[in-house]
Ligand binder design. Structure first.
Ligand code: GDP
Length: 604
């Protein structure tokens, strides 16, 4: 919660005049760091508070007034909008600004809502998306074959609705983590026979944090064990009050399987959309977000872009993320060529020079020269966002990029947390503060990695396992996960990192495996392992580990390697060979040999 000392400081000056909370002027959008400065708190305190509201934000992430104001309030301030709008950064901001301008000029038109389906796994998100699509595809010309482009449109009573057809809040969060908010309405699917589940709660938290209205679709009502009332009660317990519970959240019974309740759901989406007064200006140059991207063997880079405002036309010059191109062709969700795409329309775009990333922002520009300028600006922004690593931390301290070493600590038992926390926090210097921003027991999971991305922290495990999903995410994002089994080593490593003395991490790469099928005696006491290579390759001089019943019995090096009495340099999987190990001859038939090399991990 609020740092009592800091908010207290502000209160003291106010106290003599009035005991009310100090006001703070907050711009329409600002970065977490700027907000922290305004509130005289550390960025970590701001990030933690955002996380309590279910938002993963990093220090440089831009948040809007509403969110910033809520954070300000929680730190004891009275927020007020700053009169002048600061320069927008994220698309949501860009679009809002554009729309404000257009409102004055009167160029605005209603646009279709963009809807995301969220909910717990197996509650029927995919089936519902299919049912909606089958029942109401925008049937402009008969014979269109539905294509999966990441989104589709349906038409209800002459009005369009755009559905993002990647179900789940992971996609939603990933977009938000990149500063893009594309969803106007979230449909929360809850299976009537299973009720509110962990991912239901997560979805609610994400939608609420994003300020997106929720419509609940209580699915699977065809099932005899369906209990919609219980679902509503559970939702109320989760602080999502449906109309019957005195709230304003619409809930509807549906059966995706029997296609029941679909048109009511669509009509209610339109109703909520109307209340939201969604608008766009088709006369502007386009702004959009990439929702899918791939390299097509024949067509080249393809990106599905959801146009958020403006219109994208054939021949337009566009910057997408840090790549650019001219629109050569566009296809809608029926695979039909189209000449233009207006607000809230998903469209597959051909003509980019490279495959962009999901979440990248498309901006229509006047010409190539402007495209280059914009790309340079975006490249500069991405360079700043470099993940924190312990082995390169010192360089970041030196260049003044970081002043805090944030750590997420996972341990096997509760008792280890405090001693590690105190020993690490004690290492703080005047230049760098070491803070444990989150500590808990259990394996390192994806949420820990998400938190580390959002808060630029590294993850330290103490006798903690790493879940495979977490490992994958960490690897792709360059997040540093370090595992230890001795407290002293953790402290020593962090201390060395603070002084720039830490050696780079050495990782082990397994190159192959073999099974010992027969053991031959050789010269003197030596033996040869007649082996069959089961995976990868074995190389002479490779490091090897001898495993017996999954236990390591020795580590050595491959001394000699032969096939049919000929010395060879390497043997691939599927072949037999004979090998001698340096200084180890006690191997047995059935032992597994694992060949590996050690290398410095990449630090980029
Ligand atoms: P998702 O993981 O949320 O995308 O769930 P799916 O759409 O894959 O559905 C999970 C399972 O529930 C599938 O076996 C569906 O056939 C089934 N299912 C989905 N909707 C309904 C429904 O309305 N009634 C019944 N009885 N089964 C459904």
């Amino acid at each position: 919660m609020a740092d009592a000392g800091k908010t207290g400081d502000v209160n003291i000056s106010e106290r003599s005049t009035a005991p009310k909370a100090p006001t703070v002027e907050i711009p329409a959008s600002l970065s977490v760091k700027q907000l922290a400065e305004l509130l005289r708190i550390t960025p970590i305190e701001a990030i933690k508070q955002l996380m309590r509201s279910g938002i993963m934000a990093n220090i440089n992430q831009v948040i809007d007034y509403k969110l910033a104001a809520a954070i300000a309030k929680s730190f004891g301030y009275t927020p007020k909008p700053k009169p002048k709008i600061t320069k927008g950064l994220g698309t949501a901001r860009e679009i809002k600004r554009q729309i404000k301008k257009e409102e004055k000029r009167g160029g605005l038109q209603p646009r279709p809502p963009v809807v995301t389906i969220m909910g717990h796994v197996d509650h029927g998100k995919t089936k519902l998306l299919d049912a909606i699509r089958q029942s109401n595809v925008v049937d402009t010309e008969a014979g269109g074959i539905t294509q999966h482009i990441g989104a589709y449109q349906v038409e209800v009573n002459g009005k369009k609705i755009t559905f993002l057809d990647t179900p789940g809040h992971e996609a939603f969060t990933a977009m938000r983590a990149r500063g893009a908010q594309i969803t106007d309405i979230a449909v929360l699917v809850v299976a009537a026979d299973d009720g509110v589940q962990p991912q239901t709660l997560e979805a609610i938290a994400h939608a609420k944090a994003a300020g997106v209205p929720i419509i609940v679709a209580i699915n699977k009502i065809d099932k005899p064990e369906a209990n919609p009332d219980l679902v509503k009660q559970q939702l109320a317990e989760a602080e999502l009050l449906v109309e019957e519970w005195g709230g304003d959240v619409i809930s509807l019974p549906v059966s995706a399987k029997e296609k029941r309740g679909i048109s009511e759901l669509l009509e209610n989406i339109l109703l909520v959309a109307e209340m939201e007064e969604l608008k766009g200006n088709p006369l502007q140059p386009a702004v959009g977000v990439v929702i899918e991207a791939q390299l097509d063997k024949f067509k080249g880079p393809l990106a599905t872009v959801l146009i958020q405002n403006g219109t994208l036309k054939l021949g337009d010059t566009m910057v997408v993320g840090t790549t650019w191109g001219r629109v050569k062709a566009m296809f809608n969700d029926l695979g039909k060529q189209v000449k233009k795409a207006d607000p809230a329309t998903p469209v597959e775009v051909l003509g980019l020079s490279e495959v962009p990333g999901v979440g990248d922002i498309l901006t229509g520009v006047a010409d190539e020269a402007r495209a280059r300028v914009l790309i340079q600006k975006r490249q500069a922004q991405t360079k700043q966002a470099k993940a924190l690593r312990l082995d390169t931390f010192y360089d970041q301290i030196k260049t003044g990029q970081v002043k805090e070493l944030n750590i997420i600590l996972k341990t096997d038992v509760q008792g280890s947390i405090e001693p590690i926390r105190t020993s690490l926090e004690r290492l703080s210097t005047e230049v760098v503060k070491v803070s444990i921003i989150h500590a808990s027991t259990g394996n390192i999971n994806e949420n820990d990695v998400m938190l580390s991305i959002a808060s630029n922290a590294l993850i330290i495990g103490f006798n903690a396992g790493v879940e495979p999903g977490a490992r994958m995410l960490a690897d792709t994002k360059g997040i540093d996960i370090r595992n230890y089994d001795i407290i002293y080593t953790i402290v020593d490593d962090v201390q060395k990192a603070l002084q720039g003395l830490l050696e780079p991490v050495v990782v082990e790469v397994v190159e192959g495996r073999a099974e010992i099928r027969v053991v031959f005696p050789a010269a003197k006491a030596a033996k040869v392992a007649g082996s069959y290579v089961t995976e990868g390759t074995v190389k002479r001089n490779a490091q090897v580990r001898v495993l017996r019943k999954n236990k390591v019995v020795a580590e050595s090096t491959v001394g000699s390697l032969r096939r049919f009495k000929e010395d060879v340099k390497e043997v691939a999987a599927g072949f037999e060979c004979g090998m001698g190990l340096k200084d180890f001859h006690d191997f047995q038939e059935g032992d597994i040999l694992e060949f590996f090399r050690k290398e410095k991990s990449s630090q980029s």
